[in-house]
Design a protein around this ligand. Structure first.
Ligand code: PLP
Length: 411
């Protein structure tokens, strides 16, 4: 059933300049927000304003521009602290995105704490960026990786979770929302269960932050990672939340400027305090400023309202797509966010994606950087439509009409 968004959807769409463009003579129907969301004008403008009027390197300067840039950059750290309800601003590290954040945890906490005989638990739902860093480190350190399996509907298998926890993992990694199946994991409960057996918990929040209110203290996790470009912000910027007591103990990762206290050839080099210990070199300054603008924008619309609208879109899209003969929805767990993945009998996902593109409909096809899910389900990939605050029911209709047309052409 179509339900009006709890905000003025047309007015909101006008804030996104890109949504005006055409592809192959058709109005753009952008259903690939899980890969990268589009940016409202305020984000684009905030970056431009920074570059045009107060760009300067941060922290090190005494001049006016350096002070203004530093204040703006550090202001976003405070904003993000509040946005995800971290206890202290020192718990927020700016990174280049989720991938970078997870590699940071692997390269510091992981390298310092994981050894031969240890166990790391990963779910089958993880994006490659929450699998491969652990596989690389496992090869170096000799620890075991245990996989928490999924059920047919794409939800985590409770028995498998129990079995993994019975091996007392030192670390459990879980995505908050699956980018391929849309499954929302109960990360608060899973964190509590993992803590009972002494595991540190890393939550990949890349697909959750654009769609849900995140409260890291309520979740209780030790680390939480996300990317700016999936939350209406710039690419090349993201963050890692880490509990202060863990960050303080962790050795540095990348070496360079800003992450040191003193550097000497004669005495031992000493390191800065978190978060600066983990922010070597000049960061993506305009990216962080843009991320701050994206947070303001999200809050001005309201995550609750965005979630409600997206939930209605998922429901409508699932119902409409199911009317197509041979349709197979992939990922049907009860609690879902943001994405609808599917296959149609007798067709290949990439052929459907190519035909949809010619109709102006942008979807993603393939394994979505989650090959282990494809292996488990025995499928080559899926067509994935993903939604954001600006998505409309009419766009779902365009998707359905496009898939119907593609299926006719391909069968
Ligand atoms: N984790 C999940 C669940 C994702 O969907 C993605 C990107 O699609 C990533 C991690 C990697 O994010 P990034 O490429 O921004 O580092």
């Amino acid at each position: 059933m179509k339900r009006n968004a709890a905000y003025d959807l047309n007015a909101l769409r006008r804030e996104f300049p890109i949504l005006d463009r055409e592809v192959y003579g058709h109005p753009l129907v952008y259903l690939d927000s899980a890969a990268s969301a589009q940016k409202p004008r305020v984000v684009i403008e905030a970056q431009r304003e920074y570059e045009a009027h107060f760009h300067s390197n941060i922290h090190r300067g005494v001049h006016t521009l350096a002070t203004q840039a530093t204040e703006a950059y550090e202001g976003v750290r405070s904003k993000l602290t509040e946005h995800i309800n971290a206890a202290r601003r020192e718990e927020i590290i700016f990174t280049s995105g989720t991938t970078d954040s997870i590699n940071l945890v692997a390269g510091t906490w992981g390298r310092a704490n994981l050894n031969s005989g240890d166990v790391v638990a990963l779910t089958r739902l993880e994006h490659h960026s929450n699998i491969v860093p652990w596989q690389i480190l496992a090869k170096e350190k000799g620890f075991d990786i245990v996989v928490i399996e999924i059920d047919e509907d794409g939800s985590l298998c409770e028995e498998s979770l129990k079995a993994a926890l019975s091996r007392s993992p030192k670390l459990l990694c879980v995505s908050h929302v699956s980018n391929t199946l849309g499954t929302v994991n109960d990360v608060t409960r899973i964190t509590a269960q993992a803590h009972e057996v002494g595991a540190v918990v890393l939550v990949d929040g890349a697909q959750a932050v654009p769609h849900k209110k995140i409260d890291v203290r309520d979740i209780g996790c030790d680390f939480y990672a996300a990317s700016g470009h999936k939350m209406y912000g710039p690419s090349g910027v993201g963050f890692l939340y880490g509990k202060a007591e863990l960050l303080e103990e962790m050795p540095p990762w990348k070496g360079g400027g800003e992450m040191i206290q003193t550097v000497s050839f004669e005495e031992e080099t000493t390191f800065n305090v978190p978060p600066y210990k983990f922010e070597a070199g000049t960061p993506h300054l305009s990216g962080v400023i843009g991320l701050g603008a994206a947070l303001d924008w999200i809050n001005s619309v309201g995550l609750d309202k965005i979630a409600e609208h997206e939930e209605a879109l998922i429901k409508y899209a699932s119902e409409r797509l199911s009317e197509i003969e041979g349709m197979r929805l992939i990922g049907t767990s009860k609690d879902k966010a943001s994405v609808v993945s599917f296959l149609v009998d007798g067709t290949h996902p990439s052929d459907i994606g190519t035909i949809l593109d010619q109709l102006g409909v942008a979807v993603r096809t393939g394994h979505h950087c989650t090959e282990p899910i494809m292996n488990k389900l025995g499928i080559p990939g899926t067509v994935r439509a993903s939604f954001a605050a600006y998505s409309t029911f009419e766009e779902v209709d365009a998707l359905v009409a496009g898939v119907e047309r593609a299926v006719k052409m391909l069968r």
